[in-house]
Ligand binder design. Structure first.
Ligand code: C2O
Ligand code: CU
Length: 570
């Protein structure tokens, strides 16, 4: 009797706390000055970055998204949200839905199951680079206890910004020879950055002039106002197109507590590396001289830093807001100190009580990342296939068994083990493809991503790989070529972190494990926008006969459009 009573109360309180949060969003270009230089940015309801969605675990989010762009399609992806039971709301053009046409409205409806720091962004062409992004924060459900203790919180969404318009960037990337976009003009913190000026010009180690701002400038940095002797949660997320970043707060330690929406074993650091697609929470205690202010710096790592550090100010309310810090900002660690970068990644372990991975895998892919040529055009390929998504989104093709939607032959599950990853490819030519990897429902899959040398010179780049629809365990990293049967012994099966983005370091490999428990079709790709644009992705599908009814409005293109017309006429 007593037991039943408890169950009923639990069910009631759960439904009582789950809210439906409904939004009407319009996306359009606006002239904006992210770094005080005017350009065209994609705004949501006239805002850049887009509005922050603030929800609690268990909520249902409904976004009626209207495309007010005059000549471009549009989708929005909810990065880090698993979309259990709603794969059509994942917002990946060509994978889970048709792009929304100008003038049309598409409704995204999904639940946010667990607390975490996430974001959303455009996922059609290079619309993320155009500034289409914002934050999505999920707190613990009402009545649940947040395990982290803090007095206040801040949200810093990090991005990079180019002055060259996106259509021109895209054209350059798909020209022969390729015209590379180069390094960003500025790094943005909540959409605000500094170009050709510095907030630390009073120190002799910069030649840039002091930045000056007028009241209401779109580029004026947001200061973080804090009280002494308090602990703040700073939520960080990176939606950069290209840059790997490092953030530090002058004079203050950071305790890293969350990664990609999962609690981790807390550890203390002076600075934090953050790659595109990643999110973190850090705790910061305001234990320094309360009569001073302090720099928050965000600099580029992983690529030659030709972009000025972005700065803002940690303002103790006990000090005048206009007072500049008394010493120069933190120096970003050397860009090519990859050992340091790897050591940072290896400090991240799941929190106690997190689910541990199954001990064995059922299916395994070994995915070689190479830079290639197709008829002289520069591309990226995975196991010698450069991905081009088909005109009919995969989700509709697999659900309605539209045979011509894409090539049903699986792409290669591994690569030729005699491939020399340390040198440029001897046969650089490759092909485009749109085949996908299909997995049975509820099996354990391992994915080894394997890095290699680029087309020319002695270079191997960093690639942050992001998976839709899942968190995966990061089982390990290694240098050189992954050795099957040997390197598995180095896996961490005890407390590997659960994440949705993992870093592939130069000339190395990274091993991931996940369970195919989410019926749908899921993108897995490098989160560097130009790399994905040049083919650096694959597509996974699982539980195909368990996919529910796809809303018609996700299917208005390619073969699915014809299918809907026929169905509605019969
Ligand atoms: Cu944030 Cu498919 O990406
Ligand atoms: Cu990449």
């Amino acid at each position: 009797m007593g037991v039943w009573w408890i169950v009923v109360v639990a069910v009631l309180t759960h439904t009582a706390s789950a809210t439906v949060r409904e939004y009407d969003w319009e996306v359009e270009y606006k002239f904006w000055q992210p770094d005080c230089i005017e350009g065209a940015v994609m705004t949501v309801n006239g805002q850049f970055p887009g509005p922050t969605i603030q929800a609690v675990a268990g909520d249902t989010i409904v976004v009626h998204l209207t495309n007010k762009l005059t000549t471009e399609g549009l989708v929005i992806h909810w990065h880090g949200i698993r979309q259990l039971g709603s794969p059509w709301a994942d917002g990946a053009a060509g994978v889970t839905q048709c792009a929304i046409n100008p003038g049309e409205t598409f409704t995204y409806k999904f639940t946010v199951e667990k607390p975490g720091t996430h974001f959303y962004h455009g996922h059609y062409g290079m619309q993320r680079s155009a500034g289409l992004y914002g934050s999505l924060i999920v707190d613990v459900a009402k009545g649940q206890r947040e395990r982290l203790r803090y007095d206040g919180e801040f949200n810093l969404l990090l991005s990079d910004w180019w002055h060259e318009p996106i259509p021109s960037q895209e054209l350059g990337l798909s020209s022969k020879p390729m015209r590379w976009i180069g390094e960003a003009q500025s790094i943005l913190i909540n959409g605000r950055g500094q170009f050709n000026c510095s907030l630390a010009a009073q120190f002799s180690n910069t030649s840039l002039p002091m930045c000056t701002f007028k009241e209401g400038d779109q580029c004026a940095p947001q200061k973080l106002n804090v009280e002494p002797n308090k602990t703040y949660r700073i939520r960080l997320a990176s939606t950069t197109a290209l840059a790997s970043l490092n953030l530090a707060v002058q004079g203050h330690k950071l305790v890293v507590v969350e990664a990609d929406g999962n609690y981790i074993t807390p550890f203390t650091t002076d600075d934090i590396d953050i790659y595109s697609g990643e999110s973190y929470s850090v705790l910061l205690t305001t234990d320094q001289d309360p009569s001073q202010n302090y720099y928050i710096s965000v600099g580029v790592r992983g690529r030659k830093p030709n972009t000025t550090q972005a700065l803002t100010i940690l303002n103790y309310v006990t000090a005048p807001a206009s007072k500049l810090p008394s010493s120069p900002p933190p120096v970003t660690p050397r860009w090519d100190d990859f050992e340091r970068s790897k050591n940072f990644s290896k400090k991240i372990f799941s929190a106690m009580g997190s689910p541990s991975p199954p001990k064995k895998y059922r299916k395994r892919l070994i995915l070689l990342n190479t830079q290639n040529l197709i008829d002289g055009y520069t591309k990226w390929a995975i196991n010698n296939v450069s991905l081009v998504t088909p005109a009919t989104p995969y989700l509709g093709s697999v659900k309605y068994n539209l045979k011509l939607g894409f090539n049903r032959k699986s792409p290669p599950r591994s690569y030729r083990m005699d491939y020399d990853i340390m040198n440029p490819p001897p046969f650089p030519n490759t092909n485009t493809g749109n085949g996908i990897y299909v997995f049975p429902f509820n099996v354990t899959v391992d994915v080894i991503i394997q890095n290699a040398n680029v087309l020319k010179g002695v270079v191997s780049e960093i690639h942050p790989w992001h998976l839709h629809g899942h968190d995966f365990w990061v089982l390990g990293y290694g240098d050189g070529k992954f050795k099957p049967g040997i390197d598995e012994k180095t896996y961490n099966l005890k407390n590997p972190p659960l994440r949705n983005t993992a870093i592939l370091y130069p000339y190395g490999w990274t091993a991931l494990r996940f369970v195919t428990d989410n019926p749908g079709v899921w993108f897995f790709h490098c989160h560097i926008e130009p790399h994905l644009h040049m083919g650096m992705g694959v597509v996974f599908a699982e539980g195909l006969n368990r996919i529910g009814k796809i809303p018609d409005e996700a299917l208005g293109c390619g073969l699915t459009k014809q299918f809907l017309m026929n169905r509605n006429h019969n």
